[in-house]
Ligand binder design. Structure first.
Ligand SMILES: Nc1ncnc2c1ncn2[C@@H]1O[C@H](COP(=O)(O)OP(=O)(O)O)[C@@H](O)[C@H]1O
Ligand SMILES: [Mg+2]
Length: 220
């Protein structure tokens, strides 16, 4: 038996942290699909949704679901499900419950909820600590479009969730709630559970594992 879990939520709510903690439970049996890795090419003006950056340049709108390559996401889910040993595919990203192709395919739908001020603070801290980015850029982009895009395209998807987890809670608490939702799917998995559960994270921005996604400095 296999299943697909969709994990949505606003930027910096804690989606990736939760998905990675989940995958550590059974690394051989859980495959992760990060929607951040599936934006259309940022250099092709004929694809995706375009906007004007805080600096006045035309850029791909990273906060719009129309900038995700849905066909590529579907293919990635198919490939992950076909991988030997994989029982659960976790699809995580801003639009995991917004994109019909992901939402309708998911067996379980989780929304990670955190107050806007917490998310913005985390986002800016991460930009400063990981990318050494001028926080003005994050703030300008947030005011110009990031906030509105969240309201229009991410927050409404909360209504589609089977489970809403509080993104300000400690990691193990969130993990336990999601494992409770999934139920027995993973219980028959032979992987030994790591010991202990991922420790509570210190309340500061962590170093994010670099991935191949194209999110630019401007994305908020
Ligand atoms: N439960 C939590 N408590 C405190 N900080 C958290 C928690 N979850 C995530 N964070 C921190 O918030 C920031 C954003 O987390 P991340 O998982 O990358 O968010 P998202 O994938 O939703 O954008 C990171 O610096 C991370 O360490
Ligand atoms: Mg993330």
């Amino acid at each position: 038996m296999t299943g697909v879990l969709a994990v949505a939520g606003g930027t910096a709510s804690g989606k990736s942290t939760l998905a990675e903690a989940l995958s550590l439970q059974c690394p051989e049996s859980i495959a992760l699909v990060h929607l951040d890795d599936y934006y259309v090419p940022a250099h092709d003006p004929l694809r995706g949704v375009w906007t004007v950056s805080a600096g006045g340049h035309a850029i791909l709108d990273w906060n719009h679901p129309g900038s995700i390559d849905e066909a590529a996401v579907s293919a990635a889910i198919d490939m992950a499900l076909a991988r030997p040993g994989v029982r659960l595919v976790v699809v995580e990203g801003l639009f995991a419950l917004t994109l019909p192709s992901v939402r309708e395919r998911a067996d379980w739908r989780v929304y990670v909820d955190a107050p806007d001020d917490v998310r913005l603070a985390r986002k800016i801290l991460r930009k400063i600590e990981v990318q050494r980015q001028d926080p003005r850029l994050s703030l300008l982009n947030y005011l110009q479009s990031g906030r509105d895009r969240h309201v229009a395209h991410v927050a409404p998807s909360r209504a589609a969730a089977d489970l809403v987890v509080d993104g300000t809670h400690e990691g193990p608490e969130m993990l336990a709630a999601v494992l409770g939702l999934i139920g027995p799917l993973l219980s028959a998995v032979p992987d030994p559970l790591p010991d202990p559960l991922p420790a509570a994270r210190p309340r500061r921005a962590r170093a994010v594992t670099p991935r191949t996604h194209q999110l630019p400095a401007a994305a908020v």
